[in-house]
Design a binder for this molecule. Structure first.
Ligand code: CA
Length: 406
């Protein structure tokens, strides 16, 4: 496995807290480093080494920042575990290593907590902009998925039913209506009511005129024809029709184009139980301007000789309600981040109060950014008049490259 070993000026031991890697190198991106293990040794360049972080780089030509738990290091060895698919080489553009901010003083501790919370917020934003992740166990983890996992949650859905008529949802198109009877209008699919067989109350649901798999459909849209990130669909098959006609298998398709012509992209095939209850289906989050439901089977799945097993009734396919929810990253993740920022804020106020009573200067909000500036190369090279909380110890000196057999 390929490695690179770095050391600092005078072979000094430093407490390191942040590593910035830029994978961009003048090779095809397949050769750019992806998974990198960071190891440290406080003894010799030959080790012994102790792994301190496993970093996964994005395939993106920019500096990528990784806060690590502060650790003492005389030598830092990067072990390149994978690239983006080439067996020819692994490449890396730039390495920066920064000292850990001294956590022993109160302000330094707060700064490091803020930095860590901000790093999580950035990962959160990355997950959002990557367009969501799959909730399937055993699926290969993309780096975005990994980041979500690290933030402690699977994809969630928002709690507003964006298909509901009361929220601006609308029926854009449908294949047919049973006997052309308004009692079975597709608008009943988004009216927030279901037929109650016990007392005959509630609306009757939608029913088609005849049923042949793949022919009957309903297309829904959202308020102002907005595009939504669909993450969950809820279906209740109950209707004022024989349960032989209730929808059993539904293909969900989406488009960002036209509700008439698509193009349609299949996103899920949903199997609905023949029970008059709401049934939730979490899907891989997908952008959709319109969602088309194409009905592929009805009834409870009665198998009749010489009959299409998907068709328990050829008179109609029917159902009571369709709900659509947007995917969002877990609210608890946001809550946790808000909690951390609140914690830092409380401590900042305490610190300020204490400093006011002690008569020392009150740090302004701007002061928080000063140590950050000090982490730039320019600041680090200035003569030190005051102790610098952090400085670049990028291995400009004593850089050593080493290749070991893989
Ligand atoms: Ca309904």
């Amino acid at each position: 496995m390929d490695t690179v070993t770095l050391a600092f000026a005078g072979n000094a031991t430093r407490k390191i807290g942040k590593i910035v890697l830029n994978p961009a190198v003048d090779l095809t991106p397949e050769r750019w480093a992806k998974d990198v293990e960071v190891q440290v040794s406080t003894e010799t360049a030959e080790g012994p080494y102790q792994p301190v972080a496993q970093l996964t780089l994005r395939r993106s030509p920019e500096p990528q920042e990784f806060a690590i738990l502060p650790v003492s290091a005389r030598f830092v060895r990067l072990m390149f575990r994978s690239n983006w698919g080439s067996d020819r080489a692994v490449g890396l553009g730039e390495v920066e290593i920064y000292e850990a901010i001294d956590n022993t003083d109160a302000m330094g501790g707060l700064i490091s907590r803020l930095e860590s919370a901000l790093a999580d917020l950035k990962r959160y934003r990355q997950v959002q902009s990557d367009g969501g992740v799959q909730n399937t166990a055993g699926a290969e983890l993309s780096s975005a998925t990994l980041q979500t996992t690290q933030l402690g949650g699977a994809p969630r859905s928002a709690n507003i039913n964006v298909a509901a008529a009361k929220n601006g949802g609308k029926v854009m198109a449908y294949s047919s209506i049973f006997n052309n009877d308004p009692e079975f209008s597709p608008n009943n699919l988004i009216d927030g009511q279901n037929f109650r067989p016990a007392d005959g109350k509630g609306t009757s649901g939608w029913a088609s005129q005849g049923f042949e798999p793949g022919k009957e459909f309903v297309t829904l849209g959202f308020a102002d024809d907005r595009t939504r990130l669909v993450g969950k669909i809820t279906i209740n098959p109950v209707s004022n029709q024989s349960d032989l006609r209730w929808a059993r298998r539904v293909e969900v398709q989406t488009t960002s184009g036209s509700f008439k012509d698509g193009p349609w992209k299949p996103v899920a095939s949903i199997n609905v139980r023949n029970e008059p209850v709401n049934q939730d289906f979490t899907i891989r989050p997908v952008e959709a301007k319109y969602v088309r439901f194409v009905f592929q089977a009805n009834g409870p799945g009665v198998v009749l000789p010489n009959a299409d097993p998907n068709v328990n009734s050829d008179r109609a396919v029917s159902l009571g309600e369709i709900e659509i929810y947007e995917a969002v990253a877990g609210n608890d993740q946001l809550e946790a981040l808000i909690g951390r920022f609140n914690g830092v804020l409380t401590d900042l106020k305490t610190l300020r109060r204490r400093q006011m009573t002690e008569g020392t200067p009150v740090p302004s909000a701007v002061a928080l950014t000063t140590p950050r500036a000090a982490t730039t190369k320019a600041a680090a090279s200035k003569p030190k008049t005051t102790p610098q909380p952090a400085k670049n110890v990028e291995a400009a000196l004593n850089r050593k490259t080493k290749r070991t057999a893989s």
